[in-house]
Design a protein around this ligand. Structure first.
Ligand code: PLP
Length: 390
């Protein structure tokens, strides 16, 4: 078998995931919202970073609750965690999936009466109670029981005995807009709906709401994107530590004459002789095609603009700027796509999207390295002088 290092060196691009920064982010949120507890939202493979590895690192740091979106994700994650850790399925239960969910030891988030009845029926068949989480719709109109449905469920003693709610939750539509008054409107509606149900721990906050005032924190904060280093609010300085670094290798370097077009559609046609480097990463790796002729990569801090369209497996960079710096790029060198010089927020803004989409788009073709040391320290380290240390 090839050594991990050999695979890493052979890979066209590599994703480095800093588990220490991840845990630091978890602890920072936990300190912020205490005495509320913090659950990790690890849906979509922990936003693309690897649900099992991420969840184990957070479990070791004291996290006990893990939210996934689908039952498939829960089935994959549950065996990787200790028996005491809870895995909750945000998107509820597909009709007929109740038995599989129970067998997996996952806790469904009930979003509709029909789901509640099916789960109750299963507990009667099995002859024992099974916990649930209840999601109520406090005004986002996406998932959760309506006020009428909450009333029905609150009066169903058999359901409440067979399926005791361990959590009542809801979700904010505008948590990333701290000034938005609708957050308060939803918090009030959430309290009203939760008050109608038997007492249970409450959860309203995602990452953004963890940075709102404590009245939003409830008993359990469901933190997702901030754990992974993205900003709770893209308009403000990011208090989180960076967790991901993405680099791609140079697979071709060429000089082109003035007037020579580059890439599909020849959308980049320099008016002077230009040096072009092709790197091994493209839209099939989740790098947005919208960054054609807009985005950039960095080499030792020098900005290398994307020249032409982003292809499926490669991107062409105009590396002419390097000539003035005395730096040279060679085959096999790695350029930075995410790291000290370019954040998730930078890339998202240029691509007309949000950090969530950039993160969850990172695909499995990268060589992944999980490190325990902080990328933040790398970022601050002074560059090694070239040619020194003889
Ligand atoms: C995805 C999700 C979260 C996590 O949101 P972040 O903004 O990433 O912290 C929390 N709760 C629910 C219901 C979600 O769907």
């Amino acid at each position: 078998m090839l050594m991990d290092e050999t695979l890493r060196d052979a890979a066209g691009a590599r994703l480095t995931i800093d588990l220490m920064a991840l845990v630091d982010n978890y602890r920072a949120i936990a300190r912020r919202v205490a005495p509320a507890a913090v659950a990790a939202v690890v849906k979509a493979d922990a936003y693309g970073l690897g649900a099992r590895v991420v969840s184990r690192a957070l479990e070791a740091a004291g996290c006990a609750d893990f939210f996934v979106a689908t039952l498939g994700e829960a089935i994959d994650l549950k065996p990787a965690l200790g028996a005491a850790s809870r895995v909750l399925v945000l998107n509820g239960l597909q009709p007929g999936a109740e038995r599989v969910c129970a067998a997996a030891g996952a806790i469904p988030v009930i979003n509709a009466l029909e789901q509640a009845w099916r789960w109750r029926d299963l507990t009667l068949e099995l002859g024992h109670a099974l916990p649930v989480a209840l999601q109520v719709d406090s005004g986002m109109s996406r998932l959760g029981l309506s006020p009428d449905e909450v009333e029905v469920l609150a009066g169903d003693e058999l359901f409440l005995a067979q399926a005791p709610p361990i959590l009542v939750m809801s979700h904010l539509a505008c948590a990333d807009e701290p000034e938005n008054g609708y957050n308060r409107t939803q918090a009030i509606q959430f309290a009203k709906l939760a008050d109608a149900l038997p007492p249970a721990p409450r959860s309203l906050a995602n990452s953004g709401a963890a940075f709102l005032d404590p009245s939003f924190h409830g008993d359990l904060v469901r933190a997702g994107v901030c754990l992974y280093g993205a900003a709770p609010n893209a308009a403000r300085p990011n208090p989180m530590k960076p967790v991901v670094r993405l680099e791609a290798r140079v697979v071709q370097i060429r000089q082109i004459p003035a007037g020579q077009g580059v890439g599909y559609g020849l959308t980049y046609t320099p008016t002077a002789p230009t040096a072009i480097a092709t790197i091994s990463l493209g839209y099939a790796d989740g790098w947005p095609r919208a960054l054609s002729n807009i985005g950039a990569a960095y080499y030792q801090g020098v900005r290398l603009p994307i020249a032409g369209r982003v292809s499926m497996d490669s991107i062409t960079l105009d590396i002419s700027a390097l000539a003035k710096t005395g730096l040279a790029l060679r085959l096999g060198d790695a350029v930075e796509l995410l790291g000290a010089h370019q954040t998730l927020e930078d890339v998202a803004e240029q691509a007309g999207t949000i950090a969530y989409e950039i993160l969850t788009g990172l695909r499995h073709r990268y060589h992944r390295t999980y490190v325990e040391s902080s990328l933040a320290q790398d970022r601050l380290a002074a560059p090694k002088p070239v040619g020194a240390g003889r």
